[in-house]
Design a protein around this ligand. Structure first.
Ligand SMILES: *Cc1c(COP(=O)(O)O)cnc(C)c1O
Length: 372
C-alpha cells in the first residue's frame, strides 16, 4: 500500500521552498488541523474568526484566508475589478466593461515558481509593465496609471530587482492620487504591519512560509477590498478555496507567531551558521560569510563561495552531491552559476545542523580527492 511516509525526507537548508514542502508546521498548527478535520462548522463563522485573527495580527481593517499567496494575488486583483458586485464576480475572467489593467514595475515582474504576471492574468486582468527591469522612474508609474487601471501591484521579495524601483510609499502615493488601490505581494516577508503602514491597501502573505502554517494564503487590508476578495469564492476563487483544516491551522499559526521567542530562534540559527562556517574553515578553495536577508527579514544565511580550481569541484557540483546523498541535503542554490550557494538555518529539526556540517566536510573532502 502507498504511504506518504515512504517518500524520503530531505534536510532543508534552502529556505521556505514550495518545492521542498515550504516550512515546518509546529505542533499547535498540526493539532488545530487534526481537531478541525472531522468537524462540521459554518464556514462563514470560521472565515469570520480567521478574518478577525488576521486583522489583529496585521493591524488591517479585515482579513481573509485563501489557498496560497498566489491565489491571494489573483483574488485581490479580481476584487479590485469587481468590488462587491456579484454579477461582476460571476463574469470573470471576462472583464468586458471593467477596469482590467494592473500596473507593475518591470523589476518586480518575477517568477516565484510560477510567473507573477500569470496570477494577475488568471483573474482576467492584464499587466501594464512600467519602466525597465533596472530603472523605474516616478514618471513611468504616473504615466501608466489610466482610467483602465484596476490596481497597482508591488512585490517585496529577494526575487525582485533590489534597486532602481519606486519605493512602496511613493508607489502607493502615485496610485492613490488616481484612486487606484495598491496590492502588495509580501508572501515571504516577516513584517505583518509595515507594508500597510507604508500605503498598501491589501497585503498578501503565505501561511506556509515564515509563519509555519499550513498551505494557505493570507490577505489583509481595506475592509471593502477584503470583502470583495471573499466574494470571489462564488466566482474564480472557487478553485482556490481553502479547506476548514487549513483555516484552523492558519489561525493557530498566527497565534503561535505572536507567542514565539525571536531571540531564542535567532540564537539557534546563529549557532547553526557558526557550526557550518567552522566545519568549512580549513577547507581549501572555500570561503564563507554570514550574510543578512536581502529584504530585511530578521534572519542570516551562510554564503559558501567555492573556487572550483582549488576545491576540486564547482559550487554547482557540491550542491548536487549534497542533494544526491542520503539523507538529501538541499542548499539554497539560486546562484550556483556565480560560484556560490547559501545555507539557510530556518527550517532545521534538532540534530540536523550537525548532519549538515558533517556532510559538508565529507563532500568537500571527496571533491579534493577528485571523487565528485
Ligand atoms: C512564495 C511566493 C509567492 C507564492 O506564494 P504561495 O503561497 O506559495 O502561492 C508569491 N510571491 C512571492 C514573492 C513569493 O516568494
Amino acid at each position: 500500500m502507498a504511504d506518504a511516509a515512504d517518500v524520503p525526507t530531505v534536510i532543508n537548508v534552502s529556505g521556505t521552498m514550495t518545492a521542498l514542502g515550504a516550512s515546518i508546521a509546529g505542533p499547535e498548527v498540526a493539532a488545530a488541523m487534526v481537531a478541525m478535520l472531522p468537524r462540521f462548522v459554518r464556514m462563514s463563522e470560521l472565515h469570520a474568526l480567521a478574518g478577525e485573527t488576521v486583522a489583529a495580527a496585521t493591524g488591517a481593517e479585515a482579513g481573509f484566508v485563501t489557498a496560497s499567496a498566489s491565489a491571494g494575488i489573483t483574488v485581490a486583483v479580481a476584487a479590485a475589478m469587481t468590488g462587491a458586485d456579484l454579477s461582476r464576480v460571476e463574469q470573470l475572467p471576462d472583464t468586458d466593461g471593467l477596469r482590467n489593467r494592473v500596473v507593475l514595475q518591470a523589476g518586480h515582474n518575477c517568477h516565484y515558481g510560477a510567473p507573477l504576471s500569470q496570477a494577475v492574468r488568471l483573474a482576467g486582468a492584464r499587466v501594464d509593465l512600467v519602466g525597465t527591469a533596472t530603472l523605474v522612474g516616478e514618471h513611468n508609474v504616473r504615466d501608466a496609471l489610466s482610467e483602465q487601471t484596476a490596481a497597482g501591484l508591488f512585490v517585496v521579495s529577494h526575487h525582485v530587482v533590489g534597486y532602481g524601483q519606486v519605493p512602496l510609499e511613493r508607489f502607493s502615493a502615485l496610485c492613490h492620487e488616481r484612486g487606484v488601490p495598491v496590492i502588495v505581494d509580501a508572501a515571504s516577508e516577516y513584517d505583518l504591519r509595515g507594508f500597510l503602514t507604508a500605503g498598501a491597501d491589501v497585503v498578501v502573505y503565505s501561511a506556509h512560509k515564515f509563519l509555519g502554517g499550513p498551505t494557505a494564503g493570507i490577505v489583509a487590508g481595506r475592509r471593502d477590498l477584503v470583502r470583495a476578495c471573499a466574494l470571489q469564492n462564488a466566482g474564480i476563487g472557487r478553485g482556490m478555496k481553502v479547506g476548514k483544516e487549513s483555516i484552523a491551522g492558519t489561525i493557530a499559526a498566527l497565534a503561535a507567531w505572536d507567542r514565539r521567542d525571536p531571540a531564542a530562534i535567532r540564537a539557534r540559527e546563529t549557532a547553526a551558521l557558526r557550526s557550518w562556517s567552522q566545519a568549512l574553515a580549513e577547507t581549501p578553495g572555500v570561503t564563507t560569510r554570514i550574510v543578512p536577508d536581502p529584504t530585511g527579514n530578521p534572519l542570516d544565511r551562510l554564503l559558501v563561495v567555492v573556487d572550483a580550481a582549488e576545491a576540486g569541484a564547482s559550487a554547482r557540483d557540491v550542491a548536487a552531491a549534497l542533494a544526491a546523498g542520503s539523507p538529501a541535503v538541499v542548499v539554497r542554490d539560486h546562484e550556483v552559476a556565480n560560484g556560490w550557494f547559501q545555507l539557510d538555518p530556518c527550517n532545521l529539526h534538532d540534530g540536523q545542523a550537525a548532519v549538515v556540517a558533517e556532510r559538508l566536510r565529507n563532500v568537500f573532502a571527496a571533491a579534493r580527492r577528485g571523487q565528485l
